[in-house]
Design a protein around this ligand. Sequence first.
Ligand SMILES: *Cc1c(COP(=O)(O)O)cnc(C)c1O
Length: 408
Amino acid sequence: MSSTTVTRALFDDVMVPNYNPQQMVPVRGEDCRLWDQEGREYLDLTAGIAVTALGHSHPALLKALKEQADRVWHLSNVFTNEPALRLAQKLTQATFADRVFFCNSGAEANEAAFKLARKYAHDHFGAEKSEIISFVQSFHGRTLFTVTVGGQPKYCQGFEPVPGGIAHAPFNDLAAVEALVSERTCAIVVEPVQGEGGVIPADPAFLRGLRELCDRHNALLIFDEVQTGVGRTGSLYAYMDTDVIPDILTSAKGLGGGFPIGAMLTTDAIAQSFSVGTHGTTYGGNPLGCAVAEAVLDEVNRPQLLADVGRKHERLVAALQAINERHGLFAEVRGKGLLLGAELIDAWKGQSGRFLAAAREQGVLILVAGPDVLRFAPPLIITDAQIDTAMAALERAIEQVLEEGPES
Ligand SMILES: *Cc1c(COP(=O)(O)O)cnc(C)c1O
């Protein structure tokens, strides 16, 4: 199996053109590093979009995967399996939740959450109670339901007709939610930090206000922690850092450390509305994914690792601010834990992709959150030395782009 027989150019011939991947093709990874087909080394501050929380080729994850691969890969939900049972037990012990539903992605976890919220309202209050409130700029996945709940209309355009019964309020604007919420509301869904929307943390008072509105109107509060979960913000789940407890929480991305898995967590009372036969998925809770996720959870849910995320946050923010003092490129540096965003000043708005490409040339891989924000979501195990090396490379990239000047 030669890695040089296929190249990036082939992508444009054989793939549906819904992505435009970077020009190099990574072939191998280890901790925070990636190597491309030419053997060039990169520091990976993308973590596969906040997925490879423990970096690439983590020994504990490799061990879990290989051991389970030798036992059994797939059974379907006609049977249960030991890794799924163990993972569900650990997730319920570690969180507010009593019960877990497994699936394969963040979108599927949210799809399950929205369907459960509708079903619960239908069971307890009648079919009229079906409206979901979410937020402008939010992101909840790409199925037709989740993309419609999401607050970026461009992702729905051309796919109409879209599902109804969904309303959007501006993020962090409690008065706007108060104006929308009613007895017809079955759920409010919020990201504790909007990820794709620009790395924007929710105000603590806003989250408290949502909890109160949900309680007052018999609506469920859903936290989409697909990006913020599994240690990303410095607690196992971001809600733990607030004084708000959701009714439903969705998790994916970091949960599998790179193996596709999603989970919807909820209470015993709410879970009852997903009675036998009401919802399902062939692969959900498959033994391979659950075995890897169990290893991820064991590694991430440790006080030392979580405390280190907070410390590395400080180091990364300080480095970005120091860069900004020298170059005045960022309007704001924000985020939580190791989910950080640097919003470009007006003169550079719309050009985040140029910095991403220049950083790659300097050997460091970063993300954007839309055209105006550079996003950093490194593996939680990134070292201080790697942070320093990455920030020095980023600064060289920034200097180069600044020298070329803004595109008009
Ligand atoms: C990535 C993401 C999703 C979608 O997850 P997929 O696994 O791509 O379906 C949903 N919600 C949030 C907050 C995300 O960041």
